[in-house]
Write a protein that binds this ligand. Structure first.
Ligand code: ZN
Length: 428
C-alpha cells in the first residue's frame, strides 16, 4: 500500500550512467569520514550529529533463487517510499528512491538467478536509483516493504519471475501496476489470447548437459553432451522444413546451462512443447533402448527415479547450490495440478513412442515418469527422451552411427509434428 506509483517514463533510459558497483560503498565511507571529521574536534559521537544525517540508509542486500524465480531483499534503516518500472533491451527493472546512502557490501551476489547485474547510486540531488539487469524478460510478482521485528528497520522485498517476451512487451506498454502485484499475468504467463492462436507452434529443444557437465560417458568414450547436441541440431534442421513449426534451442554449443535456465528459455519464447534429449547410463548394462519420461511427483519405477536423480545432479556438477532456491520440489507438486499440461506431456510421450515403434528399439514400458527438474514448466508440456543407454555397448554403437542419428531425428520431428496437429486441432 505504501508503494508502486509506477512511472512509465521514457526519461530513465540513461539510468545506468554514472552508477558503478563501487560507487555506493565508497560514497557511504566518504560520508562517514566527513561526518567523523566534522565532529572529531568536539569528541561527540556519530549519532549525535543533527539533521545532516542522510534520510534513507540501505545497509544490506541479499539475492537468492534461480533463473525462474529470484528474490531480492534490501534492508533499510527507515521506511523507503519507492516506485519502479521496467525497461527493455536489455531487460531491467528500475527502482526509484529518495536520496539514499547505500552501505551495501560489495560481495553481494549481483549476478544470480534472473539477475545479471545490480547497480545503485545517486541519480540527482534528492533521488537515488537501483537498477536490476536481468538475463531475460521478467517482472516483479511481489514488491513490498515489510517492517522488521525486534531488530528494527524495514526490508524491501522483490520476487522477480521469468516471463515470456510477449508478456514483458505488454507490461512495458501498460506500465500500470496496482497494489503489490502487477495487474496482468497471474501465472507468470499471459492468458491464452488471440496472438497465441496465430503464433507458430514453438518447440524448445533441449540438448541435455553441456560444458562442465558432460553427462554420461559411453564405455567407448562417447560423451552424452556431444551426442545430445548433435542430434538436437539435426532435429532442428529437419524441423526447419516444417512451415508451421518454430524451433528454440536451449543451447547451440558446448556450454553449461542450468536446469532452471532451460525451463526459463522455453517459457520466454512461449514454447508449446519442451523436448529434452538425453542418452544416459545406468548400472544395468544389459538394459538398452529408448524411453520417454514425463514429470511426476512419484516415480513410476526405480529406474525412472534413479535416472531423475542423476539428471537433477547436473546443477550440482557445475557447483550451483540449490539450498536457497525459493521454489523447490514443493512447486513441482503444485505445478502438477496443472492437469492440462500434464495430459499434453503424456500425449507427447505417446507420440514419440508411436513414432519410434518398429523403427527404434524401445525399453519395456517405454513411457515412464519421475521428478525431473528440467520438466517443471507448469505451462509447457514437457518430455525427456532417452535415446538409448551409453552404458550398453550396442546402444553406444548405434548412438554413434550418423545414419541412426538422422533416422531418430526424423522420427522425433514427426512425433513433434503429430503432437502439434493434435493440440492445434483441440485448441482451434
Ligand atoms: Zn542425461
Amino acid at each position: 500500500m505504501n508503494l508502486l506509483a509506477l512511472t512509465p517514463d521514457g526519461s530513465s533510459k540513461h539510468c545506468c550512467s554514472g552508477l558503478t558497483k563501487a560507487v555506493a560503498p565508497a560514497c557511504f565511507l566518504l560520508v562517514l569520514t566527513v561526518l567523523l571529521a566534522m565532529i572529531g574536534g568536539s569528541g561527540a559521537r556519530a549519532e549525535a550529529v543533527p539533521a545532516a544525517a542522510p534520510q534513507l540508509v540501505a545497509y544490506d542486500m541479499r539475492v537468492a533463487g534461480d533463473e525462474i524465480r529470484t528474490r531480492v531483499v534490501i534492508e533499510f534503516e527507515q521506511k523507503p517510499e519507492f516506485s519502479f518500472h521496467l525497461l527493455a533491451s536489455p531487460h531491467r527493472m528500475v527502482v526509484d528512491l529518495p536520496e539514499t546512502l547505500f552501505g551495501i557490501d560489495d560481495d553481494v551476489a549481483r549476478s544470480r538467478g534472473l539477475l545479471s547485474d545490480i547497480r545503485f547510486g545517486l541519480m540527482a540531488p534528492g533521488r537515488s536509483r537501483i537498477v536490476f539487469s536481468a538475463i531475460g524478460p521478467m517482472k516483479p510478482e511481489m514488491a513490498k516493504v515489510i517492517e522488521n521485528g525486534a531488530g528494527g528497520g524495514f526490508r524491501m522485498v522483490f520476487d522477480l519471475v521469468a516471463i515470456s517476451n510477449t508478456e514483458f512487451d505488454t507490461l512495458m506498454h501498460e506500465q500500470q501496476w496496482s497494489g503489490s502485484t502487477p495487474r496482468s499475468g497471474k501465472s507468470g504467463r499471459l492468458a491464452k489470447s488471440e496472438p497465441e492462436a496465430k503464433k507458430r507452434f514453438t518447440v524448445a529443444i533441449d540438448p541435455g548437459h553441456g560444458g562442465i557437465d558432460a553427462g554420461a560417458r559411453g564405455r567407448n568414450g562417447l560423451q552424452e553432451k556431444d551426442l545430445t547436441l548433435e542430434i538436437s541440431q539435426t532435429l532442428k534442421g529437419i524441423l526447419a522444413d516444417y512451415a508451421d513449426i518454430r524451433v528454440v534451442m536451449t543451447r547451440e554449443d558446448d556450454r553449461f546451462v542450468s536446469l532452471a535456465e532451460r525451463v526459463r528459455i522455453a517459457r520466454q519464447y512461449e514454447a508449446d512443447l519442451f523436448v529434452s534429449i538425453h542418452a544416459d547410463s545406468i548400472r544395468l548394462r544389459g538394459v538398452r533402448g529408448a524411453s520417454v519420461y514425463t514429470l511426476s511427483d512419484k516415480a513410476s519405477d526405480k529406474m525412472a527415479q534413479q535416472l531423475a536423480a542423476s539428471e537433477n545432479r547436473s546443477d550440482l556438477i557445475a557447483g550451483l547450490s540449490l539450498e536457497d532456491e525459493p521454489d523447490g520440489v514443493a512447486d513441482i507438486l503444485i505445478d502438477l495440478t496443472r492437469r492440462e499440461t500434464h495430459l499434453f506431456s503424456a500425449g507427447m510421450a505417446r507420440s514419440v513412442v508411436d513414432s519410434f515403434e518398429g523403427n527404434i528399439k524401445l525399453i519395456n514400458n517405454p513411457i515412464r515418469s519421475a521428478g525431473f527438474r528440467v520438466l517443471r514448466a507448469h505451462d509447457v508440456p514437457s518430455v525427456l527422451v532417452e535415446l538409448g543407454y551409453l552404458s550398453n555397448v550396442e546402444d553406444e554403437k548405434l548412438l554413434r552411427d550418423p545414419k541412426w542419428r538422422e533416422k531418430t531425428a526424423v522420427l522425433l520431428a514427426s512425433a513433434i509434428d503429430s503432437f502439434r496437429r493434435k493440440t492445434r486441432s483441440v485448441n482451434n
